[in-house]
Design a protein around this ligand. Structure first.
Ligand SMILES: [Zn+2]
Length: 293
């Protein structure tokens, strides 16, 4: 369990009941995990209530946060993530709690996001991309369209249970967020984690979910994408063999494929990515979160 701080709402909330508006003290207490939410990282909003609630929902940075009641902590918990390019500042979390009688309780809390500087890697020469053939360009375009369609999917059910676990037991060779620079300009950002993995190493699903994609792509090679619900996807790249089918329900630890060096890579390794509602977040930080069963 990571340290967490508890912040009391200082706002008074408006209770809307049968058309009449009355001022009442806020029964909700919000806790953030981790204590300092940073760009490129996942986070958990935990809400305790002094009155019985039927439901909880929120929006933050124009994204919907799904909440579940966690019987361990007796709090409502919602998982979210912050884009790596989000600047430090306060971002309002708009909470809507449903009381036992159906009354909606609206409240807002300014959640601070702190700046995390990611390491840079200065390139000696600009990356050269040999221009692909007409047929390959067509393939790349079609794959980009397909990915952007699939990556938008937000399944309104939670398919994950408990903690996310690494896809294999190995050394991390390249961290999330490393910025490749040339002449002071960012050329690319590493959108996931690289693990050392000899070709043929079994790769396990990081949590339970449904297989969204299991096919070959030009850049990613053999790729499996698992939908964990609530807009959270995990990606497994450069696989030499796929062991699951699209649409299949899978469990945490189930082998999704074998590692390899397929797609645009220079050597064998496993690249994994985590997407939350359109943005990549650091998989290593997701593994550290204490999540409800
Ligand atoms: Zn990578």
């Amino acid at each position: 369990m990571k340290p967490a701080i508890t912040i009391l709402f200082w706002l008074w909330v408006t209770v809307i009941s049968a058309g009449a508006q009355t001022e009442a003290p806020n029964p909700l207490t919000l806790t953030l995990e981790p204590e300092r939410i940073t760009n490129g990282a996942p986070c958990i909003f935990s809400v305790a209530s002094s009155v019985k609630l039927k439901g909880m929902a929120a929006t933050w940075q124009e994204r919907r946060i799904f909440f579940d009641f966690d019987s361990r902590t007796r709090k409502w918990m919602g998982l979210a993530g912050v884009n790596i390019d989000t600047v430090a500042g306060y971002y309002p979390l708009a909470l809507v709690a449903t009381l036992a009688d159906g009354t909606l309780l609206n409240s807002t809390y300014d959640v601070p996001v702190y700046q995390l500087r990611y390491p840079t890697d200065e390139l000696e020469v600009a990356r050269e991309f040999t221009s692909p053939s007409k047929a390959t360009q067509k393939r790349i375009k079609a794959e980009q369209a397909l990915k952007s369609r699939y990556f938008k999917i937000v399944t309104p059910q939670r398919l994950w249970r408990g903690a996310f676990t690494p896809p294999l037991n190995s050394v991390i060779t390249d961290f999330f967020g490393i910025q490749r620079m040339f002449n002071g300009e960012r050329q690319s950002v590493h959108q996931g984690l690289d693990f050392r993995a000899a070709t043929g190493t079994p790769i396990a699903a990081m949590n339970s979910g449904v297989v969204l994609l299991a096919r070959n792509f030009f850049y990613e090679g053999g790729m499996v994408v698992v939908d964990h619900g609530y807009g959270l996807l995990t990606l497994y790249l450069h696989l030499s063999a796929l062991r699951v089918r699209e649409g299949e329900a899978i469990q945490r630890g189930q082998v999704v494929g074998l590692s390899g060096a397929t797609g645009r890579v220079t050597s064998e390794h496993l690249h994994v990515g985590v997407r939350w509602q359109g943005t990549y977040i650091d998989p290593a930080k997701l593994f550290q979160l204490s999540l409800p069963q």
